[in-house]
Structure formats: C-alpha cells, structure tokens
Ligand binder design. Structure first.
Ligand code: AP5
Length: 222
C-alpha cells in the first residue's frame, strides 16, 4: 500500500549542500527534482528570453525577479509527473512573495528542510565546486574529486562561484531566510549540514521514511 506522494522543500545558504542531498533523495525516493537554479541555468545556456533576463541577476548574486521564477515553478509543478511521483523543491521559495504564491495555490510541502552550515565553510565549498555538464553531477576539487580523468577534463565552474559573488549571494539569502521559514515553522527541520554528505543524508532519510509511513497510515485509516 502506497500513501500520497511526498512533497519536500529543501533550503539553505549557497553551497549548503542542497543539490548534493537532492541527488541522493531522488535516487532513493524517485521524487521530481525542481531546482530553480538548474532551471534558470538551462534557460541562460539556451539563450531563451527568460535566460537573457535572468542572466544579469544570477551573475551578480541577486534574486531573479519573482514573476519570472513563480511562473516557471508553477508550470513545472502542474506537470503530471510531479503530481504522481511527488516533488522536491530545491532553492524555492526564496522570497516571501514566492512563498505566498504557493500558499495561494494551496501548495504546501510535508516538510521544510533547512541545511545549516557556517559561513566560512560555504565560501570554500563554492570556490571548489565543479559541475559535470554531461551528467549534472556536483563535485568538489578537494571534498569530492571526479572519478576519472575523462570526467575531470570536462568539468566546469559556475560563473557565480567566485568568493566575492558567494558573499553577496549569502547576504541575499540571509535577508530573506526568516520571512520564508516563518511560513513553514510547523514543518521546519533544521539539519547540521557541516558533516559528511552520507551522514547528512542519513538524517534526511529517516525524516522522509517517517513521513512516508505516516502517509500510509493515513491512507489505511481513510
Ligand atoms: P542556486 O543554483 O539555487 O544556488 P544556491 O542557492 O546559491 O545554491 P548552490 O547551488 O550554490 O548550492 P547547493 O546548496 O546546491 O550546494 P551543492 O550541493 O552544489 O541559485 C543560483 C542563482 O539562481 C541565485 O543566486 C539566483 O540568482 C537564481 N535563483 C535560483 N532560485 C531562485 C529563486 N527561487 N528566486 C530567484 N532567483 C533564484 O554543494 C556545494 C559544494 O559543496 C559542492 O562542491 C559539493 O560537492 C560540496 N559539498 C556538498 N555537501 C558537502 C558536505 N556534506 N561536505 C563537504 N562538501 C560538500
């Protein structure tokens, strides 16, 4: 017996490990991963109208205007796979207007996870981050080096991963964090993200397993 699909939100400062944990969550739970950062980077690299508008904001570490991001997420959440498999929202909502638009549509997660990592660690993580454009996998030159020379040769660095830009992304994050978490206080779970990624995932996993079990129970009762 399966319960209703899981609906998960993951938040945290730049480089707190959202994308890394999302890879592991998707592998195990098969949720539809909706990362506004990934969606926007795809628009930028394809040179679409949205991408051209978003580019200057992203490059300077500011938030892309709400109307662009809200429309993007609304359309992605309404697709059939997200309804059937459940979803994992990564890096959204990032402003109180974004959170309010979800509330208005009666879209609420089952859990709001916040990854907590000290500032000085975040900067090192960003500066050392590399992405594999072929698989989308996230690496770190020291913490998680690529598995082969072939992968290493094709890794790319994000243009917003310089230490100066990370600092301004962090300021933006801190300015908005409280307004958003106040919307989800009753389902907020803060997790210490400054531990090995498998340990962090172990904690998230046990929270999600419990939620899944509750949903099955609810279905049995209903
Ligand atoms: P986005 O792509 O969402 O960037 P971000 O929030 O700054 O988060 P990151 O992707 O930098 O980090 P992450 O937490 O996923 O960490 P990762 O797992 O990669 O957004 C980019 C831009 O798009 C924004 O600045 C904004 O302009 C725009 N945007 C996006 N969403 C928006 C929205 N809703 N509204 C408006 N604008 C929006 O890990 C980082 C590094 O650390 C990696 O190298 C990894 O290998 C390493 N690492 C991960 N976990 C660990 C661990 N446990 N121990 C050691 N190292 C680790």
């Amino acid at each position: 017996l399966a319960g209703e699909p899981l609906k998960v939100m993951i938040s945290g400062a730049p480089a707190s490990g959202k994308g890394t944990q999302c890879e592991l969550i998707v592998q195990k739970y098969g949720l539809v991963h909706i990362s506004t950062g990934d969606l926007l980077r795809a628009e930028v690299s394809s040179g679409t109208e949205i991408g051209n508008k978003a580019k200057e904001y992203m490059e300077t570490g500011r938030l892309v205007p709400d109307e662009i991001v809200i429309a993007m997420v609304k359309s992605r959440l309404s697709q059939q796979d997200a309804k059937e498999k459940g979803w994992l929202l990564d890096g959204y909502p990032r402003s109180s207007a974004q959170a309010q638009s979800l509330e208005q549509m009666k879209i609420r997660p089952d859990i709001y996870i916040v990854l907590d990592v000290p500032d000085e660690i975040l900067i090192d993580r960003c500066v050392g981050r590399r992405l594999d454009p072929v698989t989308g996998k996230i690496y770190h030159i020291k913490n998680f080096p690529p598995e082969s020379e072939e992968i290493k040769a094709r890794l790319v660095t994000r243009t917003d991963d310089t230490s100066e830009k990370v600092k301004s992304r962090l300021t933006t994050y801190k300015k908005n964090a409280e307004a958003i978490s106040s919307t989800y206080l009753n389902i907020l779970n803060k997790i210490d993200g400054n531990r090995p990624k498998d340990v962090v995932f172990g904690e998230i996993d046990s929270l999600l397993l419990r939620l899944q079990k509750d949903k099955v129970e609810t279905k049995k009762l209903g």
